[in-house]
Write a protein that binds this ligand. Structure first.
Ligand code: OGA
Ligand code: NI
Length: 370
């Protein structure tokens, strides 16, 4: 692609750079009162027409009530919940958990603190703004994949690696420091419970995923989707699948998240106190296709109030001795042969970081063709 559009004289790279170097993020653009968005945010007609194709019939992703399994030994009840989790992870790849044991005050404080970070003047946030060093530490940026994606999206993010190396807590912005640390702890407890249920759903020991270090490499991302003056021309987050094991997502009451179910895009209605869980590519692969990593996206926010979401991506921390991972041997038999080949850590990381989130996932690449 030519850097300069010969007919119009539009220099996309120059505009991207100016935006990036201003460190103002989309929140800064939104707050400045602009009425039209810069051209590099505008998505092609194919993407935009697909956004008109959202479902209004289907109401929500499955909601799973975890009360009765937290601190309880009622085995029959647990088996029912395992069934629900298994079914949801197989058919939707997404579900919402309620009564998960995290106090509502912790949830509210987390959302409030991340919103407070993004609400600061951009001169204050600018000191955290960077783009390098994506595999550790703390960074604030607009569009992780700004220079790699075909079109930019209307969100800014504060990102922190919470593990496996302990984060230097002092590196976190003070305005949300304690809340980020507390949220990581609470969300990890919920993730542990959910991973146990997912393991049992596959017929594995409940503690198998923990043992495989799936709780240890955590990236916490506090997204802000500010008001967008032209929400029909861009997106909040481009359609993608998450690369890791599972993702735990907390959102405020401003809607926008959509999940692909069959050929339809289903709106995920915010449920007060609910946490959204979704399976990532890594889980689909190691479960040999049993659990699904599905496409999801966020609409550009047309509400004056910002949409806030806090996600934690759970990834494995320790690659096996030979450096490879693939479908778990326990799940394979002559009746159920591996449908994916093993892949290396390098392939996993490169696949994610070499391009925009909008392109093909690792899953397609390592599928065994018959
Ligand atoms: C993500 C993601 C959705 C949201 O960060 O991978 O899908 O609601 N976020 O912010
Ligand atoms: Ni995602």
């Amino acid at each position: 692609m030519a850097a300069m559009d010969a007919t119009s004289g539009y220099d996309r790279m120059k505009e991207l750079k100016e935006f990036d170097e201003s460190k103002m993020g989309v929140k800064g653009l939104s707050d400045s009162g602009i009425t039209s968005i810069p051209r590099f945010f505008v998505h092609p007609p194919e993407t935009l027409s697909d956004f008109k194709n959202s479902s209004s019939t289907c109401t929500n992703i499955p909601i799973i009530d975890l009360s009765g399994i937290i601190n309880s030994k009622d085995n029959d009840h647990r088996l029912k919940i395992v069934e629900q989790v298994k079914e949801a992870a197989k058919t939707w790849g997404f579900f919402q958990v309620i009564n998960h044991g995290v106090p509502i005050s912790v949830i509210d404080e987390t959302i409030h603190a991340i919103k407070a970070f993004h609400d600061q003047p951009h001169e204050v946030k600018a000191k955290y703004y960077k783009r390098e060093n994506e595999l550790g530490g703390v960074m604030y940026t607009s569009n992780n994949d700004l220079y790699r994606a075909k079109s930019a999206a209307w969100h800014d993010s504060l990102q922190a690696w919470m593990g496996p190396e302990p984060l230097k807590v002092a590196d976190l912005p003070e305005i949300c420091r304690n809340e980020v640390v507390a949220w990581d702890k609470s969300a990890t407890e919920v993730a542990e419970t959910v991973m146990e249920l997912l393991c049992e759903g596959l017929g594995l020991e409940a503690g198998k995923f923990k043992e495989l270090t799936f709780l240890d490499a955590r990236v916490l991302v506090g997204h802000c989707y500010p008001y967008c003056p032209q929400p029909d021309l861009t997106v909040g987050i481009t359609s993608h699948t998450d690369p890791g094991v599972i993702t735990v997502l907390l959102q405020n009451h401003v809607p926008g998240l959509q999940v692909k179910h069959g050929d339809e895009w289903v709106n995920v209605k915010p449920v007060p106190g609910g946490l959204i869980i979704n399976a990532g590519d890594f889980l689909q692969i190691i479960s040999n296709g049993e659990y699904k990593s599905v496409q999801h996206r966020v609409l550009a926010n047309s509400s004056k109030e910002a949409r806030i979401s806090i996600v934690i991506f759970f990834n494995l921390a320790k690659w096996k001795g030979d450096g490879y991972h693939g479908p778990l041997p326990e799940l394979l038999s002559s009746k159920k042969p591996a449908i994916y080949r093993n892949f290396s850590r390098q392939e996993f990381v490169e696949n994610f970081y070499s391009k925009g989130i909008d392109t093909k996932s690792l899953i397609e690449k390592i599928k065994i063709q018959n």
